[in-house]
Write a protein that binds this ligand. Structure first.
Ligand code: PHE
Length: 339
């Protein structure tokens, strides 16, 4: 078969090609650097007579142009028809049932703390934080605890074994109230804060853990009253736990408030039928003691305020009726996935 014959055969094959890959093969057959039909034919021109060279050269150039444009137009045709058929072959099937993707979520303690920050934030409270290693002054003295108060006992509190002044030892804070002190030492009233965080006490059973979470609240302003405190606390608890909560405030003693109160809640309405109707202690609170204000250079004749302290785990246990506090820390997905 002469070069010209196989070349005309190739133009027919180009037109009949049905895939882009076929066209790539044909292009190689024609223009391949060593054995391409056209490449070889061009090289052979070198040994032809001058007349032949001119005639054959023209013919080959014409063929080259024809093949190039044939290849290009067939490529375009094939590409377009492929695009058109994508509509048939590549449809998005929105009904296809794929396995659900596993998504994590926050643990219920930080999640609850976020909602605490949100609810109090809407009532104008900022979030303040303090260190988990405190000193005795801020955990006790400045909060008006007498030197011989039982709460200082090493039976209850983790003292930190580092060099510290004997009358101001370091300890793992046992409540979030020292953050009140830190904030009043560095800010002037009026002020409104909540202080969420970890606290530590030497207790361990189904309802006590050596580490747990509290959040403290503090509001200091002119003419702040116990009625304001009750309004703020009731609004927050109703949002955080249930709109159907009923409350009881009874006197309680904390050295840093006067008067001091303890708050109990119980379910009322629909929830009380399915849940036990008994009172549950939920917070400590009161009007900030004038000595505490003075300890932080705030004049108690000009400013008053209230403070309260909640146990985070306790609130969540009441909300979801969780019987054992230890479930929070065991990392058991069967428990965690329920929330
Ligand atoms: N700090 C107290 C506790 O841990 C709670 C409390 C805070 C009471 C603020 C009154 C005012 O028990």
């Amino acid at each position: 078969m002469t070069a010209a014959a196989s070349l005309s055969d190739i133009t027919a094959r180009i037109q009949k090609a049905t895939t882009l890959a076929e066209l790539d093969v044909l292009e190689q057959e024609l223009f391949g650097r060593k054995q391409g039909l056209l490449t070889v034919a061009m090289k052979e021109l070198g040994s032809a007579t001058p007349e032949e060279r001119i005639a054959k050269g023209k013919e080959l150039n014409a063929l080259k142009q024809e093949c190039t444009s044939l290849l290009a137009s067939r490529r375009q045709e094939l590409s377009l028809s492929m695009l058109g058929s994508f509509g048939e072959t590549d449809r998005l099937d929105v009904t296809l049932d794929l396995p659900a993707r596993q998504r994590g979520h926050l643990h219920l303690i930080p999640e609850f703390i976020r909602s605490v920050e949100d609810v109090f934030g809407r009532m104008g409270f900022d979030v303040a934080e303090g260190p988990e290693i405190e000193d005795e002054a801020r955990q006790f003295d400045l909060l008006n605890f007498p030197k011989d108060h039982a709460a200082r006992d090493a039976q209850d509190i983790f003292y930190v074994d580092v060099d510290s002044p004997p009358d101001n030892r370091f300890l793992l804070r046992g409540h979030t109230s020292p953050v009140q002190i830190r904030y009043m030492q560095t800010h002037k009233p009026p002020l409104r804060i909540i202080c969420p965080g970890k606290v530590y006490r030497k207790d361990a059973d189904a309802t006590h853990s050596p580490m747990f979470h509290q959040f403290e609240g503090l509001m200091i302003d002119k003419d702040t009253s116990l009625a304001n405190m009750k309004a703020v606390m009731i609004t927050a608890i109703r949002e955080l736990i249930s709109p159907n909560a009923e409350f009881r405030f009874r006197t309680g003693f904390f050295p840093f408030v006067e008067p001091g109160l303890e708050v109990d809640m119980r379910w009322q309405g629909a929830e009380s039928e399915s849940r036990e109707g008994k009172w549950m202690e939920i917070a400590g609170c009161g009007m900030v003691h004038p000595s505490v204000l003075k300890n932080c250079d705030i004049d108690p004749k000009k400013f008053q305020g209230f403070a309260f302290g909640f146990g985070v785990e306790r609130m969540i246990m009441i909300k979801h009726q969780i019987p054992d506090l230890r479930s929070f820390y065991e990392g058991d997905l069967r428990f965690l996935k329920q929330f």
